[in-house]
Design a protein. Structure first.
Length: 435
């Protein structure tokens, strides 16, 4: 690339620099609490490069994190792209505000690059301007690289050196590294991680799952096994190094993988305590640490009050998500989920009890939604989430996971809206995301 002649001016005491047509601002301060609002918001600390076409934002490791368009081609001025720590791009769409909020409990609908949503006609990643944004930041990196030949103010030189080291190839390697540190990829995040915009530090403490259900596309082949304390500590220390300078932007933990609640209860609380210290959540830029994990019907039924007493005392707000799927035996057979519906019912009422008794714990549940499911399936859910409750409760969300039948969107939405109206618990669609 031809060498650019640089005009650098220090706009704001070594924090903002005008470099030709780019405005580079370092250490910007975003919100310190996750919040649900209908305009774009950024969290924690970050760096930014503004050009006439795009705003590029980088985490404190110099890795691209958000892109927002500034021209009329951009689909909506309040929408943006986010890159996850596992190098997936997500487009945050406003949809039509009320619908999105009613369906998912958030003001923005995350459209995934790797999977088309059954709820959107158009895939934003097909738009030319989105494709340009995704290639454009590579061009910005090339420009920054050429600037290093000049004499630069030290903070700017450091930012540029850090950022050019995190080009596209480096980010692919980083994602592979995180996967290696955890032994496998996080194939699915709990739906409750939406409360922190899916920004969690993932640590797998137990692999495999209990049931190996036929319908599930996220299961891993191996049987359930848990790591030892020393393996978990070693894993956490390596993951801490991986997050590096960006660690203070995190205050939430996902203890994976599919049924961490089944791990020995001492191991589970040990892991949560150690993670809080090792990841320095008390010093995070973000307030209110949260812990997320999956459980199963049997692991919730087996867990005694002593576990919930211990979890309730942790310095986290804890969310435990359980796959119930259905209260109808034929549907369970069709899903090839080997649990009795009597246990599903017991789990549902145990969930309500835990939510009532423990202020710092919220247990949530998933049911399936699909066009070929029987009326008995739908009736069985209403028997629990409507008839089983004498009033509306705001704690203990019910999530509906659409089965793999994208063509049946109107039918799925009709069913979902019916549940939303009749259930006496907060009811949302489960937007499945990996990490
Ligand atoms: S639904 Fe849960 S328990 Fe069943 S196979 Fe998937 S991960 Fe395992």
């Amino acid at each position: 690339m031809a060498q650019e002649h640089l005009h650098i001016s220090d706009v704001n005491s070594m924090q903002a620099f005008s470099v030709n047509d780019m405005l580079i601002t370092l250490n910007m301060e975003g919100a310190r609490e996750f919040t649900k609002i209908s305009y774009p918001i950024r969290y924690g600390q970050y760096h930014e490069i503004k050009t006439s076409e795009f705003i590029y934002q980088f985490n404190l490791n110099g890795e691209i994190k958000h892109i927002q368009g500034r021209t009329r081609d951009w689909p909506h001025p309040a929408e943006w792209l986010k890159r996850t720590i596992s190098n997936d791009w997500i487009y945050y769409s406003v949809g039509s505000y009320n619908d999105v909020y009613d369906r998912i409990g958030e003001y923005y609908f995350p459209c995934l690059q790797y999977e088309k949503s059954p709820f959107f006609k158009q895939n934003p990643f097909d738009f030319k301007v989105i494709q340009k944004a995704l290639t454009g930041w590579g061009e910005v990196i090339d420009r920054l690289r050429s600037y290093l030949k000049n004499t630069l103010p030290e903070p700017l030189r450091m930012f540029i050196a850090q950022t050019i080291a995190k080009d596209g190839k480096a980010l692919v390697k980083r994602a592979e590294e995180l996967q290696m540190l955890n032994g496998e990829r996080i194939t699915i995040l709990p739906p409750d991680t939406r409360h922190v915009d899916y920004e969690v530090i993932p640590v797998i403490i137990a692999e495999g799952c209990r049931y190996h259900c036929g319908f599930c596309r996220f299961k891993t082949d191996h049987p359930f096994s848990q790591l030892s304390r020393s393996e978990i500590l070693d894993r956490m220390k390596r993951i801490r190094s991986f997050f590096g300078s960006d660690l203070p932007n995190y205050n939430s933990l996902f203890l994976g993988q599919h049924d961490a609640l089944r791990a020995d209860h001492d191991l589970l609380t040990f892991s949560a305590h150690k993670a809080y210290d090792i990841f320095e959540f008390s010093r995070s830029h973000m307030k209110e640490a949260r812990l997320f994990l999956f459980g199963s019907v049997d692991s919730l039924l087996e867990a005694e009050d002593s576990l919930f007493n211990a979890l309730n005392r942790l310095p986290f707000l804890t969310f435990i998500n359980i796959g119930l799927e259905s209260g109808d035996p034929k549907t369970m057979d069709a899903l090839k989920k080997p649990i009795r519906v009597s246990d599903v019912k017991r789990t549902f009422f145990r969930m309500l009890e835990i939510n009532r008794r423990y202020e710092q714990i919220e247990v949530t549940a998933n049911f399936v939604l699909g066009k070929d499911l029987s009326e008995n399936h739908y009736r069985s859910i209403l028997d629990l989430a409507r008839k089983g409750l004498d009033r509306y409760f705001s704690k203990g969300a019910i999530y509906f996971s659409p089965l793999n039948d994208a063509a049946s969107k109107p039918e799925l939405l009709r069913r979902f809206n019916e549940f939303k109206r009749l259930n006496r618990l907060p009811t949302f669609i489960y937007l499945i995301q990996r990490l």
